[in-house]
Design a protein around this ligand. Structure first.
Ligand SMILES: N[C@@H](CCC(=O)N[C@@H](CS)C(=O)NCC(=O)O)C(=O)O
Length: 231
């Protein structure tokens, strides 16, 4: 098998989710190497394979790619379908990926991904409120411009994989989207690769207190759907 994909817990690791979902959706074969965040320090373990101590990383023989967007670009050189064929759609998809890659800081900080939890969000901060509104505008733009069913046209691509963790957060924290964006988020959550990631996350037995607390921030847990036994 050519590729090895280094990731962390499926329940928590939104950055790992992107290439895993993309590669799974496109039937790009890879060996998964999962190093969990757990109550023990993960940094040292991650540094064995990652120069930044972060996941995801893709190993292809003697080539290492250590960033999720760089992984997409590397894959696109031999699997061109990860970006749309049409140039305008490709530019849009790349811009949207870059936006989620370097933006949405409040969403990232205040609504950490946790596939198994359902949380009552409470009143969002102004920055979070802005981040929660943006997917509706952005997704509607892509869906209307390229006629769907995916964000940049008819093929599920990198841009959809990059927004899969946003759809997970939308469900965990129950935030409101426009009708069209809501339908897209539901469709994304029903994609077989997304379902597989979440299902495997729900069966994980690790719990990392830092991630758990990061989701809670004094909020109320409405449900914990994780089936894995806490160890
Ligand atoms: N820009 C990087 C960010 C990766 C990132 O922040 N990964 C998180 C995992 S969800 C991580 O490894 N965090 C470990 C740490 O910060 O100690 C990418 O896109 O791959």
């Amino acid at each position: 098998m050519a590729y090895q994909l280094y990731i962390a817990n499926k329940n928590y690791s939104s950055w790992s989710m992107r290439p895993w979902v993309l590669m799974t959706a496109h039937n790009i074969e890879f060996e998964e190497v999962l190093t969990p965040f757990a109550d023990t320090p993960h940094q040292q373990a991650f540094e064995h394979f990652s120069p930044t101590g972060k996941v995801p990383c893709l190993q292809d023989a003697d080539t290492l790619i250590w960033d999720s967007l760089a992984i997409v670009e590397y894959l696109a050189e031999v699997h061109p379908d990860v970006w749309p064929k049409e140039r305008q759609a490709r530019a849009w998809a790349r811009s949207a990926c870059a936006e989620i890659h370097s933006g949405f800081m409040a969403l990232r900080d205040e609504c950490s991904m946790n596939c198994g939890l359902r949380i009552e969000l409470g009143a969002p901060s102004p920055a979070l409120e802005k981040d929660m509104l943006r997917p509706s505008t952005l997704w509607e733009d892509g869906l209307n411009r390229f006629a769907g069913p995916w964000l940049a046209g008819e093929t599920f691509g990198a841009v959809d994989a990059f927004f899969a963790p946003v759809a997970v957060r939308y469900r965990t924290y129950g935030f409101t989207l426009s009708r069209q964006a809501n339908a897209y988020a539901e469709q994304l959550l029903e994609h077989p690769a997304v379902i597989a990631w979440i299902e495997q996350g729900l069966h994980e037995t690790w719990r990392d207190e830092a991630h758990e607390q990061d989701c809670l921030r004094g909020r109320t847990v409405l449900a914990d759907l994780r089936q894995g036994v806490r160890n």
